[in-house]
Design a binder for this molecule. Structure first.
Ligand SMILES: [Zn+2]
Length: 69
């Protein structure tokens, strides 16, 4: 039996989409809450999230170190 996506719970695919969305834009509070909820329960997405955070921080670091053009 296939599980329908509920309003509360996201599946991993939706989570990875939200994670990449939030790189560029601030997510609505509801999305952020659902994202956090999923991350609490899902180690796979937690890893993805941590990697994205790491990459984002690394990119910021590079931006900061780059001299003004
Ligand atoms: Zn997941």
């Amino acid at each position: 039996m296939e599980r329908k996506p509920s309003l509360v719970q996201l599946n991993c695919q939706e989570v990875s989409r939200l994670l990449s969305d939030q790189q560029d834009e601030v997510l609505p509070v509801a999305d952020r809450a659902r994202l956090r909820l999923h991350l609490v329960m899902c180690a796979t997405c937690r890893n993805v999230s941590e990697q994205m955070d790491f990459l984002r921080r690394a990119m910021r670091q590079i931006d900061r170190e780059r001299p003004d053009e």
